[in-house]
Write a protein that binds this ligand. Structure first.
Ligand SMILES: Nc1ncnc2c1ncn2[C@@H]1O[C@H](COP(=O)(O)OP(=O)(O)OP(=O)(O)O)[C@@H](O)[C@H]1O
Length: 307
């Protein structure tokens, strides 16, 4: 693993006329998989395209693998892979030709045939790009981004519109890239994708990073998690509260239905069950409601993600 961050963005500003798409954004991505989440128009694509060297910052600094993506593009380009949402491909070329062409531009490419099989493109190698389905075009774009064995790959919504099987194949490929020491910056609208794949998540809203951390850290840092259990009505919740860590709460919501809120971890679960044992309470149900990244996102931005 590299010790220096793969991406360092400081006070980035990107404007289009009177629209400020990126508004003083700071982001540090370490080696591994970083997911960039945000509602429509949050500035994700503008940020990522600036990192790829396709857009020039209005102000601020961007370093990718320690290099300036605009001024040192010649040095950077062979070391990164870029999956564009669309375009950049000659639509009359055959899928396998394009992939082999990109592979030849790199010193140590992946095995093209294995990659074609891997992404379920085996049947369409001889098909021209324009005749591929949307999902096939997307998988081909992914293959072209990774075939050169880059050190860092930018994937802009890699699974948008894919069927579940192609989505799983894409996830597997991202996991393999990570295992091979390749870092990935991934924009996505799928929370489960971020939760499944990312070491770190940056949530962007209105051109700024508003939260950054591992999925676990972000879920812990959001609203409290809760534990619910059912027992006989009228239990002494004051006594239960004394057994719990200081920032917890315990209430009887309706007769016989109890809710404990706070940092719900295995220790807290053990404390509640042990308190029940000491007081001769046999819970008839017990459940832990963990906050998902989706909840955290909604709390922070007040917006739903496009699905
Ligand atoms: N080339 C452009 N010219 C003018 N405005 C633009 C341009 N590209 C983006 N914008 C505007 O900048 C803002 C941020 O757009 P950007 O595409 O970076 O956001 P995003 O988070 O990637 O959104 P999405 O999830 O919808 O792709 C939006 O208001 C968008 O309309």
């Amino acid at each position: 693993m590299r010790s220096e961050p793969v991406v360092q963005v400081q006070a980035l500003v990107k404007r289009y006329g009177t629209t400020t798409a990126v508004d003083g954004l700071d982001l540090v991505a370490e080696a591994g998989v970083t997911a960039v989440l945000g509602p429509n128009g949050a500035g994700k694509t503008s940020t990522v395209e600036t990192c790829e060297g396709y857009r020039k910052p209005d102000s601020g600094t961007v370093r990718v693998l320690g290099l300036d993506p605009v001024r040192q593009a010649g040095e950077l380009r062979p070391r990164i892979g870029v999956m564009l949402q669309s375009g950049g491909v000659y639509s009359g070329a055959r899928a396998d030709e394009m992939l082999r062409h990109v592979a030849r531009l790199h010193a140590h490419p992946l095995d093209v045939d294995a990659l074609i099989e891997r992404l379920g493109l085996g049947g369409c190698g001889r098909t021209t790009y324009r005749r591929l389905s949307g999902g096939q075009q997307q998988r081909l774009a992914l293959a072209m981004a990774v075939v050169g064995r880059p050190e860092l790959v930018f994937l802009d919504e890699p699974t948008a519109g894919l069927d579940p099987q192609a989505r799983r194949a894409t996830w597997e490929l991202v996991r393999d890239l990570r295992a091979d020491g390749v870092s990935v910056i991934l924009t996505t609208h799928h929370m489960d994708e971020a939760e499944q794949l990312a070491d770190d998540v940056a949530i962007i809203d209105a051109g700024k990073v508003i939260a950054h951390g591992s999925p676990e850290e972000l879920c812990r840092g959001g609203a409290e998690n809760t534990l619910r259990f059912g027992g006989r009505p009228g239990l002494d919740v004051g006594s239960l509260l004394k057994a719990l860590p200081p920032d917890s709460s315990a209430v009887e919501l309706t007769p016989g239905s109890y809710r404990v809120a706070g940092e719900v971890d295995p220790q807290l679960l053990a404390t509640v069950t042990s308190w029940c044992a000491q007081h001769g309470v046999m819970p008839d149900r017990i459940s832990v409601e963990r906050h998902t990244l989706e909840d955290v996102f909604l709390e922070l931005t007040g917006k739903e993600l496009r699905s």
